[in-house]
Design a protein around this ligand. Structure first.
Ligand SMILES: *[C@@H]1O[C@H](CO)[C@@H](O)[C@H](O)[C@H]1NC(C)=O
Ligand SMILES: *[C@@H]1O[C@H](CO)[C@@H](O)[C@H](O)[C@H]1NC(C)=O
Ligand SMILES: *[C@@H]1O[C@H](CO)[C@@H](O)[C@H](O)[C@H]1NC(C)=O
Length: 532
């Protein structure tokens, strides 16, 4: 039995004892004992946080390009868990190759508390950037608002995470699996419920979830999954793409021809070689995709097939209830990144060809359904953004969800978010102003990390709705609550039961003809062409 105090300490100190969870003293620090060491976290008015818990040994030197190994704590050492870890290696300042950490956020303990449900968050960033120091995914607000545990995790990025020498790869995916196993084993030490873990992620975090569901290594660990704005038009990399093309380019750029040479490279050399693939790979080889050139690999060891192949055959290794959806203007920021100001409609076929390749662009143009209107402002970019939205996100997600239900009879709730809060990095984009709901505009609403003086009541209401529905889904599997519009799982092409978040309504169809007749049929998704 530990003697535990919880407070507001300064005002009133109540001491209670309980067994087998963390303990807090009244100075603002809390101690948790885990399989990877004792961690001294912090408590403040938002709850209790254990930051920078090591779940794996530093993946450096001989462990670079190797499977992650559980961290073994030094005896009698209590690790500081009061600040966020550095980012994994990318183009930023606060970064380190020694980056395999996770953070546990929980609300203040309440007497007789029952074990709390857990949301395990996998950040996005094209598997190239991002990480848990990003203030928009700081978990404390959400943990407090919904009385649940929020875990945020880091995994190796880019070349360090997905290098493939032909023998071993998928280090990034294995990092997340090891972190999940850590949570399963240790979350009880924070009074979390190890039988109620939901994995959730945005963008490439959703792609990572597809990988986690495509391997038997995660059997029995998580109960549900939430995939937000996953670009499902992209599949995993085939081994031939990964080894012959991507590693081929890497070897050309570094002068290396094996893993031991690669282990000796400086981080600058690693980033430069990675940069060569990111900037030249997709233009040179259509198999290498633009958004996530370093993607999970169908290595026939960890992952035997592309997620879509499994879903279409009805034999996905992990079949759990899902929430899956997109935002209203997924494509806008991507288009503006490439085309920074309005251009004439004459450029439309040229840019479309750049995005889809000549063959698919021609097929799409021949449908006559996606043509910019020369009389409307900025219509070239807006039409490109609309195509991008349907092609990479909305129609690909719809097709997957329909197969997920019809081939495996599993529950899948589908949504589109029509109101959000512009993500800080998109704030200057003209196509992400006020009326647009860009990629990432649902992150601050979910985490409650927006600037409260800079949002409208309607935006706050959307944030509350997302938090409440996600929480209910995580806790019970049913994302309904109170007076919110009643949301049922998908049933068929004619009964998507798609929730329009921000509009408080459920619709039965969304772009039915474009999604069922054009994308995936006439104009094939990347995963249909390059991941089978
Ligand atoms: C660990 O700490 C205990 C108590 O302070 C001490 O008796 C023991 O020798 C320490 N062990 C090591 C390996 O330092
Ligand atoms: C590597 O460089 C050689 C020589 O320039 C070239 O022929 C080859 O295509 C390159 N490999 C890849 C995968 O780009
Ligand atoms: C929050 O928004 C208000 C109103 O727009 C602004 O004045 C303030 O500087 C913002 N605070 C932060 C921390 O960005």
């Amino acid at each position: 039995m530990h003697s535990v105090c919880f407070s507001p300490c300064a005002v009133l100190v109540v001491c209670v004892s309980y067994v087998s969870a963390y303990s807090c003293d009244c100075s603002g620090s809390c101690l948790a004992s885990t399989t990877t060491g004792n961690y001294l976290g912090v408590r403040d008015s938002d709850g209790v946080h254990f930051l920078s818990i090591r779940y794996a040994k530093p993946p450096v030197e001989s462990l670079r390009f190797a499977d992650p190994v559980p961290f073994v704590p030094s005896q009698n050492v209590t690790y500081d868990a009061s600040s966020l870890p550095p980012f994994c290696i990318q183009y930023t300042t606060y970064q380190s190759e020694d980056c395999l950490f996770l953070n546990v956020f929980r609300p203040e303990y309440s007497e007789n508390e029952r074990p709390l449900p857990v949301m395990f968050w996998i950040h996005g960033g094209s598997l190239l950037v991002g990480g848990t120091p990003d203030p928009t995914i700081y978990g404390a607000n959400l943990a407090k608002a919904k009385n649940m545990i929020v875990v945020t995790v880091q995994y190796r990025l880019g070349l360090l995470g997905l290098f493939d020498d032909g023998y071993n790869t998928n280090f990034a995916v294995k990092d997340v699996i090891l972190a999940l196993k850590w949570v399963k084993k240790n979350i009880g030490k924070f009074n979390g419920d190890p039988s109620l873990i939901t994995i959730a992620g945005q963008s490439s975090g959703g792609t990572m979830i597809r990988a986690l569901m495509s391997t038997i290594q995660t059997v029995g660990i998580f109960t549900r999954a939430i995939l937000m704005s996953d670009p499902m038009g992209y599949g995993f990399n085939k081994r031939s793409t990964s080894v012959n093309l991507i590693t081929g380019m890497i070897y050309n750029a570094t002068g290396c021809s094996d893993i031991s040479c690669m282990r000796g490279l400086s981080l600058t050399d690693i980033l430069n070689a990675q940069g060569a693939v990111v900037s030249n790979g997709p233009g040179t080889y259509p198999e290498i995709n633009y958004a996530q050139p370093f993607s999970p690999v169908i290595d026939k060891t960890l992952i035997m097939n592309d997620f879509s192949t499994y879903v279409e055959r009805g034999n996905l290794p992990i079949q759990v209830p899902m929430v899956v959806g997109t935002v209203a203007d997924e494509g806008n920021s991507q288009v503006e990144d490439v085309v920074s100001s309005p251009v004439s409609v004459a450029y439309y076929p040229i840019i479309l060809t750049e995005f889809l390749g000549a063959k698919r662009a021609a097929l799409l143009l021949a449908t006559q359904q996606f043509l910019p209107d020369p009389l409307k402002d900025d219509s070239t970019r807006l039409e490109l953004a609309f195509v991008g939205k349907l092609f990479y996100w909305t129609c690909a997600v719809q097709r997957m969800a329909l197969s997920y239900f019809s081939n495996m009879r599993k529950m899948v709730y589908i949504y589109e978010t029509e109101a959000g809060i512009t993500y800080p990095a998109n704030a200057d984009l003209s196509l992400c102003q006020a009326k647009y709901v860009c990629h990432e505009s649902d992150i601050e609403p979910l985490f409650g990390t927006y600037n409260a003086s800079a949002v409208t009541r309607a935006q706050i209401a959307v944030s509350q709705e997302i938090q409440e529905r996600w929480y209910q889904f995580i806790k019970t599997g049913n994302p309904n609550s109170g007076s919110y519009a009643y949301w049922k799982p998908l049933r068929s092409t004619l009964k998507l039961n798609l929730l329009k978040i921000g509009k408080s309504k459920v619709v039965s169809k969304l772009y039915p003809d474009k999604c069922s007749l054009i994308f995936g049929r006439v104009v094939k998704f990347d995963y249909q062409l390059y991941s089978q």
